[in-house]
Design a protein around this ligand. Structure first.
Ligand code: HEM
Length: 509
């Protein structure tokens, strides 16, 4: 703010006033229904102060008793609508195509180029062609064809956990990165310093800051600022955005061009990219950007749920023991789990669902945008509204779950009485549902099953050797996972140590 010229700020405030008075509002409401309820807005800024309050999903969930399942907020020129129940979110987002759009954020999408990614694309032909390319290549059966590379990556991770258990967070990050890059491009990653990891991680770190509510770039509040020339005093954001846009384009082009070169040389390892290029040679640009979106959308999310797994195991030894007993009863002596064991491990299946429910990784999903005026439950929902389906509120709703704060995989066990399946909302909604769901599920399964087969996860110890409760906080970002907690990770027996070491050193990772 300090670096902006005074004139721009004055202009911005004037515009905000006009927006606030609704002079620019183009929505009609022939049925004259009210907007959904919400807290009292403040003069000029509407509900802007709430957007600065961090973990918005907690705020929306807390308002539920007062305002119900649909809550309306407004900041100058924009309606924001939170959906607090499964039924409402399902009725609107799953059953109607009107909600399949994305709001285009000026800084991140327009100026920095994220509008070309699958996640950032507005609804339209280009986005549809991304989804069409991803559908066959990310189906369950397509993922299963890559089972061996998942299992190899996992073995490398087990060995790292054995040698340096205190570095478990880095090991999990490397594992998720390796699996995504191998699956997407058929390229191997040697270490977390590999450019194929460093480049997308740099992009993610940059955007994570810009999408935090209290970091909203000024140009998103006053969009006309995007027209100031880059050389203008105070326009550093435009100069930065130009550099970052080029870096993003390079990040998606580098691995894509390597795959093309490998294909030309006849040495490409089969991957999502090579398959798409073989089947749709005319769609190079769409293939490049949809493949480039995989790491950006899939790495942090998968990592977050895996860290929640470590936290849940450290704090719920009874669940860990039961899961280990199931694995031991199914695996042959001296074997590690494979993707093919999934069907014989129903309790692990329940554990995976409970991980997604207990701490949803994307608590407010990725916001959708309503493309046409709509009416629901006696309310008017204006075109252009940004829609926040509140996965957190759904996961903690006593109408869906008995004792929702408890970590209890058994709630999904009996098909007759099973509670709401968390996979119905943890991966998003309708046409925008996460295309990486099967890949994520396979990665999480192989990691959870392999780690439980070989290690015990426990509470951390203080300097006198006494167990202490792990302290984990969940951040306010778009993707939410436990941060900065410790736990103990010990091999279950000397046989397991031998199993982890057998052959692992020779793996080509
Ligand atoms: C635990 C793991 C994951 C969770 C919980 C998760 C969750 C989500 C959610 C909630 C959305 C937004 C859906 C919506 O707008 O309604 C999404 C979108 C997306 N996810 Fe995932 N995801 C995970 C892993 C992955 C992986 C592994 C990939 C790919 C490698 C991936 C790729 C994508 C893409 C490309 C989108 C954008 C879809 C679009 O806008 O059309 N995700 N994911």
């Amino acid at each position: 703010m300090a670096e902006l010229p005074l004139l721009s700020v004055i202009l911005g405030v004037c515009l905000a006033i006009l927006y606030g008075l609704g002079l620019f509002s183009k929505t009609s409401n022939p049925r004259r229904l009210p907007l959904p309820p919400g807290p009292k807005p403040e003069f000029l800024i509407g509900h802007a102060k709430y957007l600065l309050s961090g973990s918005l999903w907690l705020q929306y969930a807390a308002w539920r008793e007062r305002f119900g399942d649909i809550i309306h907020l407004k900041v100058p020129g924009i309606h924001l609508i939170a959906l607090n129940s499964y039924k409402v979110a399902h009725d609107l987002l799953d059953l109607s195509h009107k909600y399949a759009d994305r709001h285009s954020f000026v800084m991140v999408d327009e100026l920095m180029g994220w509008e070309h990614t699958t996640t950032g694309h507005v609804y339209g032909d280009a986005w549809k062609s991304h989804r069409k390319l991803l559908r066959p290549t990310m189906s369950k059966s397509a993922i299963e064809k890559h089972a061996l590379s998942f299992e190899k990556g996992m073995r490398a991770c087990l060995l790292q956990l054995l040698h340096t258990p205190e570095g478990f967070e880095q090991h999990l990050r490397l594992l998720t990165g390796r699996i995504i890059v191998m699956f997407t491009y058929g390229l191997k990653i040697d270490s977390s310093k590999d450019q194929l990891i460093v480049e997308p991680e740099t992009q993610i770190a940059r955007v994570v800051d810009l999408v935090l509510p209290n970091q909203t770039p000024l140009v998103d509040i006053f969009p006309f600022l995007k027209y100031i020339p880059s050389w203008f005093p105070g326009a550093a954001f435009k100069r930065n955005a130009k550099v970052w846009k080029k870096e993003l384009a390079d990040m998606v082009a580098h691995p894509f061009n390597r795959v093309k070169a490998d294909m030309a040389a006849g040495i490409a390892v089969p991957s999502l990219t090579s398959k798409c290029l073989e089947d749709n040679p005319q769609s190079e640009n769409e293939i490049m950007w949809s493949a480039g979106s995989m790491y950006l959308a899939g790495a942090d999310t998968t990592y977050a749920i895996l860290s929640t797994f470590f936290l849940a195991m450290a704090t719920h030894p009874e669940v860990q023991k039961r899961a280990q007993a199931e694995i031991d009863s199914v695996l042959k002596a001296g074997a590690l789990p494979t993707l093919a064991d999934r069907a014989n491990l129903p309790y692990i299946g329940c554990l995976l669902k409970e991980l997604q429910r207990w701490r949803p990784v994307v608590p407010l999903a990725v916001p959708h945008r309503l493309m046409e005026d709509d009416y629901y439950g006696g309310y008017f929902l204006p075109k252009g509204s940004i829609i926040f389906p509140n996965a957190w509120a759904i996961s903690q709703d006593e109408a869906n779950y008995k004792d929702p704060t408890r970590f209890w995989p058994e709630r999904f066990e009996d098909p007759e009485t099973a509670e709401l399946d968390s996979y119905k909302y943890a991966f998003g909604w309708g046409r925008r549902i996460c295309p990486g769901m099967n890949l994520a599920d396979a990665t999480i399964f192989i990691t959870v099953a392999s780690i439980l087969a070989t290690f015990d996860i426990g509470k951390p110890r203080d300097k006198d050797g006494n167990e202490v409760e792990p302290e984990a906080s969940y951040g306010p970002g778009l993707v939410s996972g436990p941060e900065g907690f410790r736990c103990t990770i010990r091999p279950r027996s000397s046989d397991k140590v031998r199993l982890i070491k057998t052959g692992a050193e020779e793996l080509p990772w």
